[in-house]
Design a protein around this ligand. Structure first.
Ligand SMILES: O=P(O)(O)OC[C@H]1O[C@H](OP(=O)(O)OP(=O)(O)O)[C@H](O)[C@@H]1O
Ligand code: HPA
Ligand SMILES: [Mg+2]
Length: 179
């Protein structure tokens, strides 16, 4: 295990089983609807790659990047699209894929903004949910695991751009970020 990890929350095996389960559910729910699966970079890249391989119906993929404006260590709550996805979502069924739902600001903003673009439907899919930190309510259609209010890294999630490559999800030692 990486020396900066306090404890492993989700093993590779647990993650793989859950991703298969979500992929099967999406395949069942969206059969015949050719959904567009949109990954919110960077955090969701690993979940996205595994998830789309677990989806067994025809679908297309796309990618977008957003940034939160930070003032010091806390986000002001403003979100901006830095890289938009390439395909039109008009009359299409859209699934937005995130690694973690924390304050809810990112997904709530995306939902509001993308609703104006004429999609037939928009559903949210998050790998992790940290409900104790929610500031804005968000309705999620597919959610992998609930996690405690600790700083989590691995399987796409970073601290200062590091640890995204860990194949498991773990709690980062507070000493790493100076506590
Ligand atoms: O619910 P929220 O409080 O909005 O937080 C969740 C968002 O924050 C993280 O992304 P971040 O902006 O750190 O960028 P990254 O995906 O590139 O790591 C995470 O990947 C989610 O996108
Ligand atoms: O716990 C977290 N870890 C990494 N990135 C995050 N973005 C929101 N919450 C987290
Ligand atoms: Mg992100």
């Amino acid at each position: 295990m990486n020396q900066d990890i306090e404890r492993v929350l989700l093993s590779e095996e647990e993650i793989a089983a859950k991703v298969k389960e979500i992929g099967a559910k999406i395949s069942e729910d969206y059969a015949g609807r050719d959904p567009i699966i949109i990954s919110v970079l960077k955090g969701s890249f690993m979940f996205m790659a595994d998830l789309v391989r677990a989806i067994t119906i025809p679908c297309t993929v796309d990618f977008m990047s957003v940034s939160s404006y930070g003032s010091g260590t806390s986000s002001s709550g403003e979100v901006k699209i830095v890289k938009d996805f390439d395909n039109s979502i008009e009359n299409r069924h859209v699934i937005i894929v995130e690694d973690i739902l924390d304050s809810g600001r990112t997904l709530s903003y995306l939902m509001k903004t993308l609703k104006a673009r004429g999609a037939a439907s928009i559903a949210l899919c998050t790998f992790l949910d940290k409900p104790e930190r929610r500031v804005v309510p968000v309705e999620v259609a597919y959610s992998g695991f609930r996690v405690p209010d600790s700083f989590i890294v691995g399987y796409g999630l970073d601290y200062d751009q590091q640890y995204r490559n860990l194949p498991y999800v773990g709690v980062l030692k507070p000493s790493v970020y100076g506590e």
